[in-house]
Design a protein around this ligand. Sequence first.
Ligand code: DOR
Ligand code: ZN
Length: 353
Amino acid sequence: MTQTLTLIQPDDWHIHLRDGDALATTVPHAANSFNRVICMPNLVPPVKTTEQAVAYRERILTALANSVISDDRKSAFDPRMVLYLTDHTTAEEIRLAKASGVVQAVKLYPAGATTNSADGVTDILGRACVFEAMQQIGLPLLVHGEVTHADVDIFDREKRFLDEILSVIIANFPELKIVMEHITTADAADFCLAQKDNVAATITPQHLLFNRNHMLVGGVKPHYYCLPILKRADHQKRLLEVATSGNPKFFLGTDSAPHATHTKESACGCAGCYSAVHALPLYATAFESVGALDKMENFASRFGANFYGLPINQTTITLAKQDQVIADAYDYLDGKTLTPLLAGQTLAWTQIS
Ligand code: DOR
Ligand code: ZN
């Protein structure tokens, strides 16, 4: 008999849906698996105000209504919004965000860290009034944890961020809820473990399944390139350990990030892995690789909701140990394509309902 895995409906606590025509592709893909999704605000221009976040959510919901997924999935899908922290964000904006009921968090991108982060923060403690307000009202800070100085090696940028920036934020705002987004190193996992319960971390499928050899040995493979960049195998191993440890500090965040195929397969390729469409089979493959499928439900469906103080979903989904060949590409934007992570390869798990 085929092995199956039934889980409480998962949420994705870190996803990029983009905007405009991109939503016709990204929204149904995400809504097929997830109820709540935390929508990253690095649009062009970024989502800086509550008003912009509410309008962005409406555009996502319009794309959802126009998509061809089931009515059940349409009514369950609940995009939760994020404000992009800049050097000019005010405490008043934070209070408006909280009152809106749809803004779930505020995102810190150090200026220049990744895709569309040019408006990010240059002076972190310059935003003390904002962190103070967030700490007071319980709005989480999501951090892209990399320093951006040109002289810091790309493989050391996460560790340097922990030592130089995140520890300072935590020392100054010890009760602030913080999610260390898409952690990629043993250093980040152990840093998170050393903090109180108000500091947690998301982990992507690519950082559990791959290391930098997958990206660089035998030729440069641009579809594995994301930020923070894949690290060495011992970091991947530590991430798998903490993700499957049953510790509620670690939960699912795909960081699924669509870039048209030609912009990744390029002399200067964009950062981001597209995984929204098959994220759960990817995570199941990772958890199964260390004999920990029984730990996946808490990671995917409970710990994130608990951290954000939201209810656990009522419905379930089922995966089967059944081969699926990942699509070579999806239609994307006007006549372009979007290449998913592991395009054309076979995964041993399939989402069947
Ligand atoms: O690989 C990434 N892609 N990392 C990020 O932090 C941003 C994302 C994107 O927006 O494309
Ligand atoms: Zn991201």
